[in-house]
Design a protein around this ligand. Structure first.
Ligand SMILES: [Zn+2]
Ligand SMILES: [Zn+2]
Length: 147
């Protein structure tokens, strides 16, 4: 898995410009948040955290910005639960594990042939998007249950 934590605002700016997205301050801060918080946050979470620093930031702006990022393919949208959309700046194929105890969503690496073969399945189908969801109890919750 990539480790983008530590990207400078200048690098994030280039990242957006490369995709033809005007790098406004709000967009940069939202992307920076997603890059440095690999917790698959919701719109509410991103808005709550960022509005501490940027009081003028509206939830609509966060929502619209995330939709723009998703449409440009720099962020992926996760819908593990129907009523809960989460966002992930790691667009490489990987699985997600949701803990039914604490609600945390973790990245899970996938070791699968289809990823090594350039996203074409053995049958010759071309994969554009991959969403694999696993549910269970995370290692933190399991440890707490033992104490
Ligand atoms: Zn848990
Ligand atoms: Zn992820």
């Amino acid at each position: 898995m990539r480790d983008d934590i530590g990207l400078s605002l200048e690098e994030l700016k280039e990242h957006l410009e490369k995709e033809g997205i005007h790098p406004s301050y709000h967009r940069l801060k939202i992307l920076e948040y997603l890059m440095s918080h690999r917790t698959h946050p919701t719109v509410e979470r991103i808005h709550n955290e960022l509005s501490k620093e940027i009081p003028t930031l509206s939830k609509t702006t966060v929502y619209n910005t995330l939709n723009l990022f998703v449409s440009k393919g720099i962020v992926q949208e996760l819908t593990i639960e129907e009523k809960e959309v989460r966002y992930d700046a790691d667009t490489k194929p990987h699985a997600h594990f949701k803990c039914i105890e604490c609600g945390s969503v973790y990245d899970v690496a996938l070791e699968s042939k289809i990823f090594e073969q350039g996203l074409v399945t053995e049958e010759g189908h071309k994969v554009i998007e991959c969403q694999v969801y696993l549910k269970g109890i995370c290692n933190d919750c399991l440890k707490n249950a033992q104490n």
